[in-house]
Design a protein around this ligand. Structure first.
Ligand code: AMP
Ligand code: MG
Length: 190
């Protein structure tokens, strides 16, 4: 498949979308064409049309069968897109029934990424970012629980690498150092 596929993951509130959008602007300005796709938006488009949810943060509370169906539909649409692609998504989704693989075998094999990026930062920074984000319905979690989620995401990323041969790149998006995270992502996208 032609083009570079980069899947970008990170726990909610880590600033993933912010880092992605800034890096996307930079590579575009350099003349490198990417499509900047948000996996959750593909799922939400269907879920909303079917009347299952009214906002995107309700999707992770849907029953597991529904979530997996929406996930598969999104993966099929994204896999059909050619060229350089950025996919903004989650290594794992925290659901009431435990961690749901964001990229189970039938999803990761369809997408065949070159690299999976994990955007990470200190757990307490994420906690504060979530509390101050009024645009989203973020789960209120303690730093320990956020830490567990970030650790689980590394384990999931290793599994995805084993399935596809993709590389795994960790990028830290620390407070006041977002530019550094953006430059690191630009380097991956170039
Ligand atoms: P986001 O805007 O990235 O926080 O994504 C919104 C929601 O979309 C998440 O809370 C999940 O419910 C869903 N979502 C995004 N990516 C995936 C995925 N790969 N697998 C399952 N659900 C996902
Ligand atoms: Mg986001």
């Amino acid at each position: 498949m032609a083009g570079k596929k980069v899947i970008i993951t990170g726990v909610p509130g880590v600033g993933k979308t912010t880092v992605i959008n800034a890096a996307y602007e930079k590579v575009t300005a350099e003349g490198i064409a990417y499509q900047n796709l948000n996996f959750g938006s593909f799922m939400f488009e269907v879920a909303q049309a079917e009347g299952l949810v009214t906002d995107r943060d309700q999707m992770r509370k849907l029953d597991r069968v529904q979530q997996k169906r929406l996930q598969k539909l999104a993966a099929e649409k994204i896999a059909a897109i050619d060229g350089n692609v950025i996919v903004d998504t989650h290594a794992s989704v925290k659901t009431p029934n435990g961690y749901l693989a964001g990229l189970p075998e039938w999803v990761i094999s369809a997408l065949m990424p070159d690299t999976i990026v994990l955007v990470e930062t200190d757990n307490d920074q994420i906690l504060v970012r979530r509390l101050s984000d009024e645009s989203r319905v973020r789960d209120v979690e303690g730093a320990r629980s956020i830490s567990e989620h970030q650790e689980m995401n590394r384990a999931f990323a290793a599994a995805y690498s084993m399935l596809t041969g993709c590389t795994v790149k960790m990028i830290t998006n620390a407070d006041f150092l977002v530019d550094k995270a953006v430059d690191e992502l630009v380097a991956v996208l170039r």
